[in-house]
Design a protein around this ligand. Sequence first.
Ligand code: HAM
Length: 418
Amino acid sequence: MIQLIRGFKDILPEESALWQHIENTARALFEDFGFREIRPPVLEKTELFKRSIGEDTDIVEKEMYTFPDRKGDLLTLRPEATASVVRSYIQHKMYAADPIRKMYTIGPMFRRERPQKGRYRQFYQINAEVFGEASPYIDAQLIFMLVSLFEKLSVTDSNVHINSLGCPECRPDFRKALSELLESRKKQLCEDCIRRSERNPLRVLDCKVPSCREAVSDAPSIIDYLCPACAAHFDTVQEMLVKQNVRFEVDKRLVRGLDYYTRTTFEIQTGALGAQSAVAGGGRYDGLVEALGGPSQPAIGFAIGLDRLVEIVTLNQESLAKHPMVFIAALGDEGIRNAWLWSNDLCMAGIRTEVDFSGRSLKSLMKRADKVNASYVMIVGESELKEGSVVLRDMKTKEQHTFSMDNLVENLKTFLYQ
Ligand code: HAM
């Protein structure tokens, strides 16, 4: 038997209602905040991710699904969506008509990480990106929108972490100070961090290896190195979050795993998922549009790990409201024929309806109704057909209601939606 690839998974019909609930809640909220959907492809030229995410990141170094196509062009299954949205913004010259664009996208991403709970090789993200807005108010509003989505989904165990990574003007000073510290503590660092400390020292702050954590426990804080403009920007973000009653903590270790970030970065973390604590992450990337060949336009965005969110929403949410479901227990040929016609009409009228066409006994049909969790069973047997009426049984209260076969669909509709 052919099994799925390690780290990949099926989202089964029993699970998809929750996924849809989360996606629909996000769509509705984001559209109210002025976002519109964009759907970029899942396959892009490898170069796009190398240039945006950064050659020295874990993602580009060891996690991308990259392969040559039949002509030898190097292609990559997207490990994230931001690079594609930026490419699209530039390619379609979206900035020309109106540089301010708010877009969201929902879809699968691919990273060849070591699979474990909350970490998959194909996973899903809900992304939101804003272009053309440099103001810190947009940073705070985006964080507020993200937190509001979590609230709407009744996620309680989550914390907002924020930091600023400065800009090309102030970051080099911090990088230098950090490099000096790392150089003096080289012996304590893991192999990856020894390499990182030369090429991308900020990433060492994010390493989970205990000896590396120890080595940077008293590392300088980037916030002390911010230039006046970056410091003022970060102050305003915090001030507005406080005004809006968004609780957050400033986390000087929050450096994120992608190289394009500038200024504000943030994550939503939860204790409910073990080691994979980040449910969402994002930040400003003011230099990326220009770096990928577009005009100089600021930008900011975030991505929610949908698989992780599904896991914590399941924990918090007992059951999702479902439409009532009618099961028609039809007996005999004529009963089944009538049931077939009625069920089509009921489905078209927006009433979830199922029929069993097997011609089994009433007893086994009732068992099946239980199995499919029917809220109502409509019995259509010989005597019902003779009398020209059907009985609808409420499976919860056991109450029975009789309906004439004339105008049946209309009357059922009124009854079920009253
Ligand atoms: P990221 O932090 O790499 O950021 O990913 C965002 C979220 O995707 C994570 O917080 C996590 O919930 C989820 N995630 C990442 N990897 C996996 C995995 N292997 N399995 C399950 N979930 C995963 C980005 O991707 C940026 N593009 C976010 C962004 C948008 N920044 C600006 N705009």
